[in-house]
Design a protein around this ligand. Structure first.
Ligand code: COA
Length: 243
């Protein structure tokens, strides 16, 4: 289990993705606002149209920055211009590389919340990432009723900081659901995690065998955000960069 990385330094000039690696890229939306006009040019016409459909400017900017960053990041691995990439979408909206690039094995997933954008990249295995800006949750127990398993609710009730515990469960569950591509179409209380002593997926729809196929970890980059990464399989090396 060689998976941890705590530093979020600058990326190398030309990142190389080894088979056992997961690369995680962090971008802050507020630091890229000035680049929005140039970043928009990288997007396809349907992505530009999607950006334009957001009512609030901040949502338009966030979508433009995160989608353009995703294109820039993937283009470095594939050695083709960012604007030439094409995406296709799974039944529940998970984007992946389209056309001949689908055969490269490059897998990715994106998450954004508040000012933070996270992009996870790996090869030949499913991957999911989630990030949430930590905020007060006055109805945390009601949320727990809907989203947590019986065992998880016991842990939450005993926790000294229920909101933080809830966000830890939530991001782990969403990262896993994004890795399998179903998103929130699956019942969240049917996916059970143990947070201690180490984070582990315990059961998926009652099956502990299916759960053994996954690695989960929480990511630390700011006290204001909780984030989690779900990777298919074990034994990967995580490298984290900020752009
Ligand atoms: C996937 C989902 C959990 C994202 O939730 P969120 O907290 O709002 O957003 P996040 O920041 O975590 O992730 C958003 C990104 O995940 C990716 N994504 C979208 N759908 C996805 C899916 N089903 N699985 C994995 N990743 C997905 C996209 O890159 C998206 O970025 P974009 O909105 O800029 O295109 C949620 O949208 C969902 O449950 N979707 C599935 C059901 C649904 O509503 N489908 C409608 C389209 S068919």
């Amino acid at each position: 289990m060689m998976r941890h990385s705590t530093s979020w330094g600058s990326p190398p000039l030309r990142p190389v993705l080894e088979k056992q690696q997961v690369h995680l890229w962090l971008t802050w939306v507020d630091q890229a606002i000035a680049q929005v006009p140039q970043l928009r040019q990288i997007l396809s016409t349907d992505e530009q149209a999607r950006a334009d459909r957001f009512y609030f400017e901040r949502d338009r900017h966030r979508f433009t920055i995160s989608r353009a960053r995703l294109r820039q990041i993937l283009s470095q691995y594939l050695d083709i211009p960012a604007e030439h990439l094409q995406f296709c979408y799974g039944t529940y909206g998970k984007p992946s590389l389209a056309g001949s690039l689908a055969n490269t094995g490059l897998q990715f997933n994106l998450a954004h919340s508040g000012e933070a954008v996270l992009c996870a990249v790996t090869c030949d295995r499913h991957i999911g990432v989630d990030v949430e800006q930590v905020r007060p949750l006055p109805k945390v127990q009601q949320l727990a009723e809907r989203c947590l398993s019986a065992q998880e609710k016991i842990h939450l009730t005993a926790s000294s900081c229920p909101e933080e515990t809830f966000f830890a469960y939530w991001t782990c569950k969403e990262a896993y659901l994004k890795a399998i591509g179903s998103g929130l179409t699956q019942p969240m209380d049917q996916i059970e995690f143990a947070l201690t002593p180490t984070i582990q997926l315990m059961k998926v729809l009652g099956s502990s065998e299916a759960a053994k196929l996954w690695s989960l970890q929480l990511l630390n980059f700011s006290p204001d955000y909780k984030a989690a990464l779900a990777v298919e399989g074990q034994d990967y090396q995580l490298m984290c960069w900020q752009v």
